[in-house]
Design a protein around this ligand. Structure first.
Ligand code: HEM
Length: 496
């Protein structure tokens, strides 16, 4: 059996560069483990005795094979059309709301209870900082909000959160409205389109316009390619040799940083003046002020916002189109309501106030986010031994809040497999709706993402009906967020 698996993976290994990386990671893990066990032999016996006393209190789960744990099964899930979450789903079914596994030489715990989510994500959870991989900091930058330590994170988050004001959100509605209207015009003309392709394009354009007021198509295209190289490198093995995916990502990062430096210089010299995020961040530039950001902090976080916002929102929009195709009565009811709103607002671009009146559409957005759970789990690292949900957790274990399981838990959501926007007639209980995380690390772009989804939804249902032409539910392999391998192709039927 082991031999068969080995042969299977050896073959795959030749075919997929990411497997190559994971194989090397595995070998590195093994080497580290062996080294560690060689250097800590004197303490092993006592640790084992100590562990045997409390072992029954650890979360259930399998440690898998010696040293490599369940890494092969995790890799296999990543490389299958069911998607990487299948690894977690099957273990959640077997062991329940809290289980542990061993991946890449480390212990990972997955938990999905509301109480534990609160304990881990709530503002008092200083003992469970966000866990990130070193390569993320190399690619996004040491000053990225996603990689910063607790105190520094608070400072950076305050500065960046101040950009998501009502004023900025209002102007982004107008801008996203224009982009969506143009997209619908193209869809009506083409009739057969891949939703994900367009969703990726308009979310990228919208975010770059908001952050940097980019207008030039060539400039935008170049940046889009570079951002996509950085995103792909986030999952690659950190080999800095010419031709490797990681190296391409680093080179792309350098080009992005050059562009941002150039933009900052132009703003400072007065060659360019815009009302965007960059301008607001530069306005804080005062060496005497404690609230001032360095150039590095500004550029690392502009890159972070693009990467955190584009693919997530585009994937969510695509899932929403699919769910509405499968639920025609919901779609018809929504269309009726949105046409009424369109009649009242004829010829004017959508405004933030109009979005606030789209109550049914908002519930559809939430229900799509629940079912899609674009970010499946949120990793945190335990800084010390502790108890969590009745189980013993050891220092350095990675504890993942399993948002997808919470969203499909029938004790929290009645008939969780059913697409039912009316379940959001009432607000969900705290820490039970985790599409945007919760607590001190809640998604900063949450309102922007919801706004983009609403604008898109409004124009979609008031412009056309559609049919998904490829019902294959297979997921894209090695994608950072679950998304359809087909990209959701549709046939568009204009309604006016
Ligand atoms: C539907 C779209 C989106 C989803 C589902 C989503 C989901 C999430 C989740 C779950 C987290 C928290 C992860 C954790 O706790 O470990 C997060 C964090 C974050 N998101 Fe989003 N996001 C979306 C769109 C956006 C957009 C549009 C932006 C900005 C342009 C953005 C910027 C961020 C940032 C900066 C963080 C880090 C916050 C921090 O660590 O303090 N996101 N997002």
């Amino acid at each position: 059996m082991m031999m068969m698996m080995f042969l299977h993976f050896s073959l795959q290994f030749l075919l997929h560069p990411l497997l190559h990386f994971l194989f090397i990671t595995l070998i590195t893990c093994l080497a580290l483990k062996i080294l560690k066990s060689l250097t800590t032999t004197t303490t092993t016996t006592t640790t084992t005795i100590h562990r045997s006393r409390v072992i029954s209190n650890y979360p259930p789960g399998s440690d898998g094979f010696p040293l490599i744990g369940e890494t092969l099964a995790f890799i296999a899930a990543h490389n299958s059309s069911k998607g990487f979450y299948d690894f977690v789903r099957t273990r959640h079914l077997r062991y329940g709301n809290c289980f542990k596994t061993n991946l890449f030489g480390g212990t990972h715990v997955f938990v999905s209870s509301v109480e534990v989510a609160k304990a881990l994500l709530g503002s008092e959870s200083v003992d469970f900082p966000k866990r990130y991989i070193k390569t993320v900091a190399t690619l996004l930058g040491e000053e990225s909000l996603l990689c910063s330590s607790h105190e520094h994170h608070k400072f950076l988050r305050r500065q960046i959160a101040s950009l998501f004001t009502l004023d900025h959100l209002s102007s982004s509605v107008r801008m996203f409205d224009e982009l969506t209207v143009e997209t619908m015009r193209v869809w009506k003309e083409k009739r057969c389109v891949i939703v994900l392709d367009y969703a990726l394009k308009i979310t990228f354009n919208a975010i770059c316009k908001m952050l940097l007021s980019l207008e030039d198509d060539n400039e935008m295209e170049a940046l889009r390619n570079d951002v996509s190289e950085v995103t792909e490198a986030l999952l690659a093995f950190p080999l800095r040799f010419p031709g490797t995916r990681f190296n391409r990502g680093l080179k792309a990062r350098e080009r992005i940083m050059d562009t941002l430096r150039e933009k900052m210089a132009m703003r400072r010299n007065g060659v360019e003046c815009k009302n965007d995020f960059l301008e607001h961040l530069l306005a804080k530039d005062n060496p005497d002020s404690a609230e001032s950001l360095t150039d590095q902090q500004i550029s690392d976080n502009i890159l972070t916002l693009i990467i955190a916002g584009q693919v997530t929102t585009a994937s969510a929009i695509t899932w929403m189109v699919k769910y509405l195709d499968e639920n025609k009565e919901v779609q018809d009811k929504l269309r009726e309501m949105q046409l009424e709103i369109a009649l009242k607002n004829s010829d004017t671009p959508l405004r933030l106030e109009t979005l606030n009146d789209m109550h049914y559409a908002s519930k559809i957005v939430k229900e799509s986010l629940r079912m899609a759970t674009v970010v499946s789990w949120f990793p945190r690292v335990a800084l010390k031994d502790c108890q969590l949900g009745g189980f013993q957790i050891r220092k350095d274990w990675i504890v993942n809040v399993n948002a997808r399981s919470a969203h499909y838990d029938s004790t929290i959501y009645d008939e969780p497999m059913k697409f039912d926007p009316s379940r959001f007639d009432e607000d969900p209980k705290p820490y039970s709706f985790l599409a945007f995380g919760a607590g001190g690390r809640t998604c900063l772009g949450m309102n922007l993402a919801k706004e983009m989804m609403l604008v898109f939804l409004h124009h979609l249902v008031t412009t056309c009906r559609w049919e998904v032409t490829d019902a294959d539910p297979s997921l894209e392999k090695w994608a950072m967020f679950p998304r359809l391998r087909s990209g959701c192709p549709i046939r568009v039927i204009p309604i006016n």
